[in-house]
Design a protein. Structure first.
Length: 140
């Protein structure tokens, strides 16, 4: 993750530190010993600072750059999904309002809901739980 976050390939990093990409992969994968010297070499090759931090187990751990990006990506995805859901609800409300206006013009608007509600109830008409807007506004 660290090498990918730097924008460099394993081969580029391995060439800078003077080992093969396979040897670098084994070091980072835990198959061979990763020494402090190796860590310093790798951090230099990817132009990153390297720190060793001792902290109490209860202390908050600082996120690494690749962890922060994953969190931001997840939040961005969630925000996009919420925007789509909001657009769908707005479209449903516009459609419901259009139906209510059309029914009002015909003189039968009193039983037509003007917005979609999310509370559900057990309908007396069909015994099914569904939004009030689907059963005459809860008149069942």
């Amino acid at each position: 993750m660290l090498i990918a976050a730097s924008g460099k390939t394993f081969k580029e990093v391995a060439d800078v530190i003077g080992i093969s990409a396979a040897a670098l992969s084994k070091k980072l994968g835990g198959e061979t010993n990763l020494t402090l010297d190796s860590i310093v070499d790798i951090s230099g090759a990817i132009e990153a600072d390297f720190d060793i931090v001792f902290r109490p187990k209860s202390a908050h751990r600082t996120r690494q750059p690749w962890e922060a990006k994953a969190t931001i990506d997840a939040i961005t995805t969630l925000y996009s999904e919420i925007k789509v859901m909001h657009a769908h609800v707005a479209a449903l409300n516009r459609t419901t309002a259009d139906i209510a206006r059309a029914q009002f013009r015909k003189g039968v608007a009193s039983k037509i809901p003007t917005t979609v509600t999310y509370s559900s109830f057990r309908c007396a008409n069909d015994g099914v739980n569904h939004p009030k807007a689907l059963c005459g506004g809860g008149q069942g």
